[in-house]
Design a binder for this molecule. Structure first.
Ligand SMILES: Nc1ncnc2c1ncn2[C@@H]1O[C@H](COP(=O)(O)OP(=O)(O)O)[C@@H](O)[C@H]1O
Ligand SMILES: O=C(O)[C@@H](O)C(=O)COP(=O)(O)O
Length: 424
């Protein structure tokens, strides 16, 4: 099939989010974990190929290098348009690799200008006059200010992006976008004439995103959240680049035990963990104990549980508890001991017969998915906006895997997830 858009995502929950929104078009989406080792002939690709990297918190050189390898694979597979997916809350370390990756992708794809649009109105992320809001709060006043790895303390996307890119950053604000695609195209052209290659674009609604997609679908490179990507397929169809085929893949029925593993400390995950902990057997992990003793106690606990009983294992904690762990261990080590422990727990759960996994947290999902050895995910039904069930094969067994972004889903998400799988 013609590969319409080659996509690179900076984390795994972001990749499944992107895949879910592209899949709403009814066109085939393929999600590959890490840089694929095999080459693909253009006939063997889906309309949308997503490559999931785990580079959100990586140093610039590492992220640029990985994204370059992903781009090379996508080009060889036949892509001529590309999408760079980062978080709808623009998560980035102080050093920041969103801009450097975009600069590299522009150079390699011949893009003279690109847009930055992380807005995801369905999940409460909007951009107004270049400022990112989470619900009704500015990003810097939202719980994202306390993120364990990427605390976001500024809401101005222009200010956040400027030190990360070569050249100035422009803004196409809501007054422009609300006047329609021609107005936006004219603004982009004017900024381009002024030498501005990086443009933040405001969006507060799906209508705005449709306007932005209408003005940018033919750019070699578009960057942003999943929601702007989700608007692109209709324009490819309108251009006659692809048409909907009747063929829909049947989804597998998965039985076998279930587990929720949470390393996310995001505000919504904290509520979801509290909700689910009241319903199933659960175990809480302490990063300091993990650093001193390893995950042996948790693995033993897991082996003692009935394989069929639903269970929850989590390191999810309040911001002050995260701070304490980070003061004792350092930010990176605290994150890593939790990610390593949850990964080992996931592997043991699989060995004990677990076949339905829900993982909360982007970094956590990356660590667990890599440890389980998943290489290719098929996209299933959406549980909540941006969180689909996915299916993969591990050791000859089909496994259902839902990778939940920290702040996505309702309070009852974990129960919703297993209910959704029953009715899929
Ligand atoms: N109690 C804790 N103390 C310190 N760090 C933690 C704790 N629990 C989880 N972490 C780390 O916090 C990070 C959360 O990031 P992530 O998994 O991406 O979640 P989210 O999607 O909510 O951002 C991970 O590196 C995880 O290992
Ligand atoms: O764009 C989004 O918000 C998500 O797709 C995403 O990337 C979330 O990241 P985590 O909260 O780290 O899971």
């Amino acid at each position: 099939m013609t590969l319409l858009l080659g996509c690179i995502a900076d984390d795994f929950t972001g990749a499944t989010d992107l895949a879910a929104l592209l899949a709403r078009s009814g066109l085939p989406v393929s999600l590959r974990i890490g840089i694929p080792q095999d080459r693909r002939h253009p006939n063997e690709t889906a309309a949308f190929e997503v490559i999931a990297l785990k580079c959100r918190t990586s140093p610039v050189d590492t992220a640029v290098n990985q994204a370059h390898q992903a781009l090379t694979w996508l080009k060889e597979a036949g892509a001529s348009r590309f999408f760079w997916k980062y978080c709808s809350t623009f998560d980035s370390t102080a050093e920041g690799n969103i801009g450097p990756v975009a600069d590299m992708l522009m150079a390699e794809t011949g893009a003279t200008q690109t847009i930055y649009c992380p807005a995801f109105p369905e999940n409460g992320r909007s951009i107004f006059i270049g400022h990112l809001f989470v619900g009704e709060q500015l990003l810097s006043e939202s719980p994202m200010k306390d993120h364990p790895l990427t605390p976001m303390r500024d809401s101005s996307l222009v200010r956040l992006l400027t030190p990360q890119v070569n050249g100035a950053v422009g803004l196409a604000n809501h007054n422009i976008v609300s006047k329609g695609a021609e107005s936006l195209r004219a603004k982009l052209a004017q900024l381009g004439n002024d030498g501005i290659r990086h443009v933040i674009v405001d969006a507060v609604s799906d209508d705005d995103l449709r306007t932005i997609a209408a003005a940018s679908f033919d750019m070699p490179l578009v960057t942003g959240g999943s929601a702007i990507a989700g608007q692109l397929p209709q324009f490819y169809m309108e251009q006659g680049l692809v048409s909907l085929s009747e063929h829909r893949q049947a989804l597998p029925k998965i039985t076998g035990g279930s587990i929720v593993l949470s390393g996310s400390c995001s505000a919504m995950t904290r509520k979801q963990v509290a909700n689910y902990a009241g319903k199933v057997t659960s175990l809480r992990l302490d990063p300091i104990a993990l650093a001193e003793e390893g995950p042996g106690t948790a693995l033993e606990w897991l082996r003692q549980q009935s394989p069929d009983a639903p269970k929850l294992i989590y390191a999810t904690a309040e911001p002050n508890e995260v701070r304490q762990a980070q003061e004792r261990l350092g930010r990176d080590k605290a994150g890593k001991v939790v990610e390593d422990a949850l990964s080992e727990i996931a592997r043991t759960a699989f060995d004990c017969g677990t076949r339905r996994f829900v993982v909360a947290g982007g970094e956590t999902s990356g660590a667990i998915t890599q440890t389980l050895g998943a290489a290719h995910l098929t996209i299933g039904p959406e549980i909540a906006p941006g969180v689909p069930w996915t299916f993969t094969t591990l050791g000859g067994e089909t496994v259902a895997l839902a990778l939940k972004s920290g702040n996505f889903g309702k309070e009852t998400f974990f129960t919703d997830a297993f209910d959704r799988l029953e009715t899929a």
